[in-house]
Design a protein. Structure first.
Length: 124
């Protein structure tokens, strides 16, 4: 009889710890997704600012940044990309910013607003 009561105790302990373990695993997954999205947005902004600094083409810079950020979401459009200033003169800084709202898989927290930013001197 003693063995049956020990099995019941193990089941109760497992039932108490299971939600905590699931939250830990799901939190790790959500953090990894957010970290990956942030890195991708930053790299996409760098791609866009590179096009702007070399070619002085704001439309091309927005398109390049939106295309590079497509792995985060295909819904990121050129309208989510901001180029400042709109013309690039040699020796001035140009900034490309991408704004995106990351929705979560679990829905426990979020959505999280994210920003990728790239800065470069004009003139290549």
């Amino acid at each position: 009889m003693k063995r049956d009561s020990e099995r019941g105790a193990a089941a109760v302990e497992f039932a108490i710890l299971l939600p905590l373990l699931l939250m830990l695993v799901l939190g790790t997954i959500e953090f990894g997704r957010a970290y990956n999205a942030q890195i991708t947005l930053t790299n996409a902004a760098r791609d866009g600012v590179r096009v702007m600094a070399i070619n002085n083409d704001p439309t091309g810079a927005k398109t390049a940044a939106a295309n590079a950020a497509a792995s985060v979401s295909s819904t990121i459009s050129a309208s989510a990309v901001n180029v400042n200033p709109s013309t690039c003169t040699t020796g001035t800084q140009v900034t490309v910013t991408i704004n995106y709202t990351l929705s979560t898989i679990t829905g426990i927290a979020g959505p999280f607003p994210m920003t990728g930013k790239g800065v470069m001197l004009c003139g290549g």
